[in-house]
Design a protein around this ligand. Structure first.
Ligand SMILES: C[S@@+](CC[C@H](N)C(=O)[O-])C[C@H]1O[C@@H](n2cnc3c(N)ncnc32)[C@H](O)[C@@H]1O
Length: 268
């Protein structure tokens, strides 16, 4: 079960070295999809409302105020937060592990140079390019990001609080329990306001994973199970895209990556 793993001993440096020191082609593909999903959402929002893009004073999706983003189980990965940056007044990096909280706090003032390769993919769309023309993304990141330690199961207390959300490699990579996987997806989606766009990434068929010298649990899920877990709280147009392993396997014991892009529905 999730509570039994040693999350505080997660080796953030080893995790970054193995996963994110260089941009892999699977992450690049995910970045493209998420970047386009958020860009298209906010462009059509602006066209429909006739007003400025949320984050610059217009009503936020579903909440009628500023845009608050959340990355659930942020761990030692900044690219989900970077993908939300152009539209957010705040981004909460929500994470359980003390080690990952220390990593995120350390990155907030001036994130490491290797994340620039990830930002470069995002710059393929106007909103990111325009942000970088007006400002330094590192400064915007520092001003926008808040790091919060917490357990995603406790997000039930904050239903509908956030207006944009990401959750990457968390619900299926925190426990061997399918019940906890489904609850993780549910807690994430219910933390979002009706209409909020979201992106979630998953490892397909994961048997668990090593970070440094420590083994962490996972539950083996398929695209069909991911879609079923999302369905109660997402609009029907949610897309679930298999990424596979375009650049070869990241590690043993999984079958590929999957990314889901959608919008929160109004089911409470
Ligand atoms: C495989 S890592 C994914 C990290 C990052 N999102 C990424 O894309 O690489 C799983 C993350 O979930 C976090 N986590 C595990 N259980 C959690 C819980 N109950 N609440 C919040 N975060 C949790 C872990 O500490 C870890 O950072």
């Amino acid at each position: 079960m999730n509570a039994e793993a040693s999350w505080d001993l997660f080796d953030s440096a080893a995790y970054v070295d193995h996963n994110y020191r260089f941009l892999r082609s699977d992450d690049a593909r995910i970045l493209h999809l998420v970047r386009d999903h958020f860009s298209d959402y906010f462009r059509s929002f602006r066209e429909k409302s006739g007003g400025p893009v949320p984050g610059t004073g217009a009503p936020a999706p579903g909440t009628g105020g500023p845009v608050h983003g959340i990355d659930v189980g942020a761990g030692a990965n900044l690219y989900p937060a970077l993908s939300m940056l152009p539209w957010c007044d705040t981004i909460t990096l929500f994470e359980r592990s003390a080690a990952n909280i220390a990593y995120l706090e350390g990155q907030r003032p001036h994130y490491d140079a290797h994340w620039d390769e990830f930002w470069d993919v995002l710059r393929g769309r106007d909103a990111y390019r325009e942000l970088a023309e007006d400002d330094d993304p590192r400064v915007v990141f520092r001003k926008t990001v808040e790091v919060a330690q917490g357990d995603l199961f406790s997000l039930d207390r904050f239903r509908g609080r956030w207006s944009l959300g990401t959750m990457f490699f968390v619900a299926e990579s925190m426990s061997t329990s399918h019940r906890e996987f489904e609850t993780g997806v549910e807690r994430f989606l219910r933390a979002l306001a009706p209409g909020a766009p979201f992106a979630a990434a998953f490892m397909e068929g994961s048997q668990g994973y090593k970070v440094g010298e420590r083994f962490f649990p996972a539950c083996s899920v398929t695209g069909t199970e991911i879609r079923a877990a999302l369905a109660p709280y997402a609009e029907e147009d949610v897309t679930v895209t298999p990424i596979g392993m375009p650049g070869g396997a990241l590690r043993p014991g999984y079958e590929g990556m999957i990314v889901a892009c959608g919008r929160r529905n109004s089911v409470r």
